[in-house]
Design a protein around this ligand. Sequence first.
Ligand SMILES: Cc1ncc(COP(=O)(O)O)c(C=O)c1O
Length: 390
Amino acid sequence: LEVRYNRDSLLNGARKLFSSSKSFSNTNNGVWKYFDLLPIERRESIVSLGEEGNTPLVKLNSFDDNLNLYVKDETRNPTGSFKDRPNTVGISKAIELGAKKVAIASTGNASGSLAAYAAKAKIECIVAVPEDTTMSKLIQVIVFGAKLVKVRGTYSDAFNLIKESCKKFEWHNLTSVSSANPYQIEGNKTIAYELYEQLGRHAVPDWVVIPLGAGPLLVGIWKGFQELFDFSLIDKLPKLIGVQASGCCPIVRAFKNDETEVSPWEKPPQTIAQSIADPLTGYSQDGTMTLSKLRESKGIAESIDDSEMIQSVEMLARNEGIFTEPAGASSLAVVRKLKRHGIVQRDDLVVSIVTGTGLKSSETFERMIHDVPVIDPDPDSLFGGISMTS
Ligand SMILES: Cc1ncc(COP(=O)(O)O)c(C=O)c1O
């Protein structure tokens, strides 16, 4: 499913928005600044936590001297991931359509986000996540007051459960892939608009690098850039790089095998990057849609190992003060790999989307606290007095 607009009204909206001389940094109004380009009819329908979007674009000088590399820091959204963009749009549309209850299947970030928006909208929210979802992601859902179940199996089992239950009980499905809810994609589009503004309304990245589950984030970002191109605001399109974990990468596998359709991942997912571990069982058409957009952009799909993601988490934290989860760092880790392979080249303008905070995946880094010294409250026992461990 895809949201289509009346082209003239979209074009008028874009002209109004992007001809204004107000620079991006002068506004703290994120996603809803683009109201005229989003599928909500009445402003009264908007459910907002006030700060979604408008995230920093940070130049990384410490990563690779020969690259013009930026990260779009989506950890700064109100619930800690980019999922606040699709959810603010998705729930606002649900309210506009008269939904009484919303439901979502999620690997954790989308549900924590939806639970917050549902609380704000005072609407009941039902959440299904895979059994191995991290504790902080579960807690976020519960504290925001949603009804939560852990489903035995993978994310796909949770997905199919919510799909069937929404049909059966007439709940409004806010699972973020386009076959379940096309409005969610529209929120993701706003990342492309923000990049256009943050790069001074002229530079277009050579590459935009995006972690993929089923890939609605990639589909949305591509749609945003296509609109800007269609309205002659930019004169070229970026190539997209989709990244998955090697322990669960159905879209990458289809890309590398030159297939036109994505088939589900048969084995149990094996990766610490739970947020992007999506076997696509029962809705592989969403993966096929992502693959077709990726190819349309003349981009590529690549997989990455857990150890490479962890290295990039640490690099980003220790050099830039940004703490992301392994899935969020996959978009950075892969740049290194593609540079080695000669695909990403010297001086290319690259934007990696860092999709979610590390605070909700702290279990991955638990080993780091085992070496923390326990001391008496005596200055001589403090780091001046003992040898410091790195
Ligand atoms: C941190 C993070 N990165 C990337 C993704 C993948 O996004 P998509 O749903 O667009 O496949 C998710 C999905 O939940 C996520 O939580």
